[in-house]
Design a protein around this ligand. Structure first.
Ligand SMILES: Cc1cc2nc3c(=O)[nH]c(=O)nc-3n(C[C@H](O)[C@H](O)[C@H](O)COP(=O)(O)OP(=O)(O)OC[C@H]3O[C@@H](n4cnc5c(N)ncnc54)[C@H](O)[C@@H]3O)c2cc1C
Length: 321
C-alpha cells in the first residue's frame, strides 16, 4: 500500500498535499500498489469531503479530540499507530513546515527511514529512485531504499496538482487512534504563516520578483506598479531582502520560500542556483534582464533582453490599458 497523508491548511487541503497525492497516484500505478489517502487530525472530516473526488483505493479518516489541533506529539503518535497497523510500503506527504516538525519523530519512533524534500522520482525497473538536493542545492543525490516502510516528503512543485487523477475512492473507512492527554508533552504555537501580513506566496498565481538589477529602493515602485497592474504578489531575490528593501517573507530561494505560480516574472534577477531552486516549479517563467547570458534565461520560457528601467514602465502602461 501507498499511504498519502493530507495536511490541513486553513480549512483546505494543503497545496503540497495535493501534489503528494499526484505523486502517490503515479507511484501506485508504476508499482502496482493500492493507494490510500489518510485525512488525519485537524479538520479531517472536511478534508475527506474535499478529497472524495481523488482517484484512490481507500479514503481513511483518523480523528481524535487530542489531535483536533495540531501537535507534533499527537500527530507523530497517531501516525505511528496507523503506519504500524497498515504497514504501507511508502508514506507520502508534502515537505511543509508541519511535516518537518513531526515526521522525523515518526521515523525515530518506528525506526524507519525518512527521505525528505524529494524533487523527482525515477525508476530502475520496479524500484523507485528519489532525487534530493544537498549542499545548499548545489548537488543532487539519488536515494534507493530497501526498508519495508519508508517515509517520503516532496518539495513543492516536484509534482503538479494539474495532474491529479479524479475518480473517487472505492472504500471509505475510519481508523481509531489511541491517544491520551498525557501523550502531549509540548504545546505547539499558533500555525506558522509565511507572512505576518497574511501574504502567502506559496499559493499566489502570479508573482513579480525583483532582484539587485533594480539598483535602489527608490526604484521599487516601478515593479510594485507592475505587480499591482497584473494583480500579482511581489517577491524578490535575497540581496533585495538583505538590503532591507523588502521583508524576509518575500524572499524566494533555498533560504527563502519555494513557489510554483502560473506566472513568475523575474525582473533584474541573474538566476543563481540558490534563487532558481525556489521558483523553478513555476508553470511559466518570464525574465527581464539586460545581460543576454544571464543564467535565468536558461530556464525562462520568455526572455526579454533589455533595461528594466525602460521595459517595466512600458509593460505596466500596456497592462493598465
Ligand atoms: C547559503 C546561500 C543561500 C542563498 N539563498 C538565496 C535565496 O534563498 N534566494 C536568493 O535569491 N539568493 C540566495 N543566495 C544568493 C545567491 O547566490 C545570489 O547571490 C542571488 O540570488 C543574486 O541575486 P540577484 O539575481 O538579485 O542579483 P545579481 O546576481 O547581482 O543579479 C542582478 C541581475 O540584474 C541584471 N540587471 C542589472 N541591471 C539591470 C537593468 N537595468 N535591467 C535589466 N537587468 C539588469 C544583471 O544583468 C544581473 O543578471 C544565497 C547564497 C548563499 C551562499
Amino acid at each position: 500500500m501507498i499511504l498519502v497523508v493530507l495536511e490541513n491548511q486553513r480549512g483546505n487541503i494543503h497545496a503540497f498535499s495535493q501534489e503528494a497525492v499526484v505523486a502517490g497516484q503515479q507511484l501506485s500505478e508504476k508499482l502496482g500498489l493500492d493507494l490510500s489517502i489518510l485525512c488525519l487530525g485537524e479538520n479531517a472530516s472536511s478534508l475527506r469531503d474535499q478529497a472524495s473526488d481523488y482517484k484512490a483505493k481507500n479514503l481513511i479518516l483518523a480523528q481524535h479530540d487530542i489531535i483536533n489541533t495540531y501537535s507534533a506529539d499527537g500527530y507523530s503518535k497517531a501516525l505511528s499507530q496507523i503506519v504500524s497497523e497498515l504497514s504501507p510500503k511508502y508514506v507520502l506527504m508534502g515537505h511543509s513546515y508541519m511535516v518537518r516538525d513531526f515526521l522525523p519523530r515518526v521515523s525515530a519512533k518506528l525506526d524507519i527511514p525518512f527521505v525528505s524534500d524529494i524533487i523527482a522520482v525515477e525508476y530502475d525497473g520496479d524500484s523507485p529512485i528519489f532525487s534530493r538536493q544537498v549542499f545548499n542545492a548545489k548537488l543532487a543525490t539519488k536515494v534507493k531504499t530497501t526498508s519495508d516502510t519508508v517515509l517520503l516528503s516532496f518539495q513543492s512543485a516536484a509534482f503538479s496538482s494539474d495532474d491529479m487523477q479524479i475518480g473517487g475512492s472505492e472504500n471509505q473507512s475510519d481508523f481509531s487512534v489511541n491517544l491520551e492527554a498525557s501523550d502531549i508533552k509540548s504545546d505547539s504555537e499558533a500555525e506558522f504563516q509565511e507572512s505576518a501580513s497574511g501574504v502567502d506566496l506559496t499559493t499566489a498565481e502570479l508573482i513579480v520578483s525583483v532582484g539587485r538589477g533594480i539598483e535602489s529602493q527608490d526604484n521599487l515602485p516601478l515593479v510594485e506598479s507592475l505587480a499591482s497592474a497584473m494583480g500579482a504578489e511581489i517577491a524578490s531575490s535575497r540581496p533585495v531582502v538583505d538590503m532591507g528593501w523588502l521583508p524576509p517573507y518575500r524572499q524566494i530561494g533555498s533560504s527563502g520560500q519555494a513557489v510554483s505560480p502560473k506566472l513568475y516574472l523575474s525582473v533584474g534577477i541573474s538566476g543563481a542556483i540558490q534563487h532558481v531552486v525556489g521558483m523553478k516549479g513555476s508553470k511559466t517563467i518570464m525574465a527581464i534582464n539586460k545581460d543576454e547570458d544571464a543564467p535565468i534565461f536558461e530556464i525562462a520560457d520568455y526572455a526579454i533582453i533589455g533595461d528594466l528601467m525602460e521595459i517595466v514602465p512600458k509593460l505596466t502602461e500596456e497592462i493598465q490599458k
